[in-house]
Design a protein around this ligand. Structure first.
Ligand SMILES: [Zn+2]
Length: 487
């Protein structure tokens, strides 16, 4: 054989082997979607939605400025809980933290089993005054119209507090006793980082020696049309969440008159530093939650996507570059870099001596705050730029397993109630109160049984926050079933 022929033959054999591997992996990429029997539903009290409406009318706003904290409204919420859920109030062991955060303990019958902690937060973000005319229903009126309930907190996260409370009240009324201890932890300051709510509750539970089987908080939803390539809705169960870090950068250089500028001014140096950081982001990476996402949803995708995901080990670069295309999927594969503040100068003919900027990073699991700091310092490589960490920061969460009792229980309960959805582990890109509970259990899951689509997603911390009444009722049903299934 001629040498050229030999080479071609060799290439052909390689290609065939490669195609064979891809095909083999494709056919062995089996569905992880479980099939379970559809759950029987109970009759949800028609009064529940009106209690939810009342809860939305109470302005439990976590303000930017602590001086604007309206304790009267939070006091009203305490009273509302007490009068709306009398069995929960009288039969569960309760404790308040810094007046407005609540912990309930429902004693189980089997002390050998580890407890479950259900979390939610009762505070909401403020409504921007000048945007008020754009709300189709006022944000604090709890209006119910056309099967939708409107108001700040409808999805974030009074729905959690109220649906859990309704479920527990229903179960108490029906003489249900859990086997495991059930804790309900409702923080009142999640939107400002949870320093007086979730943090206080977590340290109390730690002191009590509580070790939870699993913890469940907000963070994942049933995504409607939000996962490309998947035809059905996807219930995303957050098995980890990203960390948070803001770095403040400052440069101080002799200023002067703008008619005789120096070679480099404070603005020049800082602008170049920020530009370097943006051009050299932290590297893209596969994380465990992303691999889980691929394993759970890949088999349900059309041929081309399925083929690629089935071969994630070999085709990693293709997957990473596809994820890089949109901001939301890009956030899944890297520690993001977002310059958020840039300040310098006061007058057009004065060269300022100082320039300051802030850059916000959302950190992937298994990357640390120190890693980000080291990366940024190395990339800037300029001693004139002073780098300081801002006061609020947190490391990315630990990774919670999809093999645990907690994940399986949540997964099964979702499938029983929403047989038409796919379920998947996921990485939560925001921060939740559950991060303060990390010492209480290795198994922390983030999921709210509500649907979000491209449109309603924007109402999260935005305008016209609202929820379908059916979502609220199904949410109550979800927590009832979750607790029942935990027996
Ligand atoms: Zn929230």
């Amino acid at each position: 054989m001629k040498p050229l022929k030999k080479v071609l033959l060799f290439l052909l054999v390689c290609l065939l082997i490669f195609a064979a591997i891809l095909t083999y992996n494709y056919f062995n990429f089996e569905s992880k979607q479980i099939s379970v029997e559809k759950a029987e539903k109970v009759a949800i009290d028609p009064g529940a939605i009106h209690r939810f409406s009342k809860a939305l009318q109470i302005k439990t706003v976590s303000p930017e400025n602590l001086a604007d904290f309206d304790s009267l409204e939070f006091k009203k919420f305490n009273d509302f809980m007490k009068s709306s859920y009398p069995l929960m109030d009288s039969l569960l062991i309760k404790k308040q933290f810094n007046d407005f955060s609540h912990l309930f303990l429902w004693k189980g019958t089997d002390t050998s089993l580890k407890p479950i902690i259900l979390m939610a937060h009762l505070d909401v973000v403020p409504v921007i005054e000048k945007n008020l005319p754009e709300w189709k229903s006022p944000p604090f009126a709890g209006v119910i119209k056309n099967d939708t309930i409107w108001g700040r907190g409808a999805i974030d996260d009074k729905v959690g507090v109220i649906a859990i409370s309704e479920a527990v009240e229903w179960l108490l009324k029906n003489n249900y006793r859990p086997k495991r201890d059930i804790y309900l932890a409702f923080g009142h300051d999640e939107e400002i980082g949870g320093p007086r709510g979730a943090t206080a509750i977590a340290s109390y539970l730690k002191d009590q020696g509580v070790e939870a089987e699993f913890i469940m908080d907000e963070g994942g939803v049933i995504a409607n049309g939000l996962v490309p390539g998947v035809s059905k809705d996807v219930a995303l169960i957050g098995t980890a969440e990203k960390g948070f870090l803001s770095l403040n950068f400052s440069v101080k250089i002799e200023g002067g008159h703008s008619s005789m500028p120096g070679k480099e001014t404070a603005i020049d140096v800082l602008a170049s530093a920020i530009s370097k950081i943006k051009k050299n982001p932290l590297p893209t990476k596969f994380t465990v939650p992303l691999e889980g996402f691929i394993d759970y949803l890949g088999p349900e995708m059309p041929f081309a996507n399925k083929l690629i995901f089935a071969n994630k080990g070999i085709l990693k670069p293709i997957i990473l570059s596809a994820f890089e295309k949109s901001p939301s999927s890009s956030a899944m594969i890297r520690t993001t870099t977002a310059p958020t503040i840039f300040n310098s100068g006061v007058k057009d003919n004065i060269i300022p001596q100082r320039a300051n900027a802030t850059v916000n990073f959302r950190i992937l699991p298994e990357t640390t705050i120190q890693d980000v700091l080291d990366h940024v310092t190395k990339v800037i490589n300029d001693d004139r730029v002073k780098i300081e960490k801002s006061s609020t920061m947190n490391e990315a969460s630990n990774l919670s397993s999809t093999d645990s009792y907690g994940f399986q229980l949540i997964n099964r309960t979702i499938k029983e109630l929403y047989p038409e959805v796919f379920t998947s582990p996921n990485l939560v890109v925001g921060a939740t109160d559950s991060r303060h509970f990390k010492l209480l259990s290795p198994n922390i899951y983030r999921f709210s049984p509500i649907h979000l689509n491209e449109d309603t997603k924007k109402s999260f911390h935005g305008l016209n926050e609202r929820l379908a009444v059916s979502d609220f009722n199904n949410g109550i049903q979800f927590y009832i079933n979750l607790l029942k299934n935990s027996n």
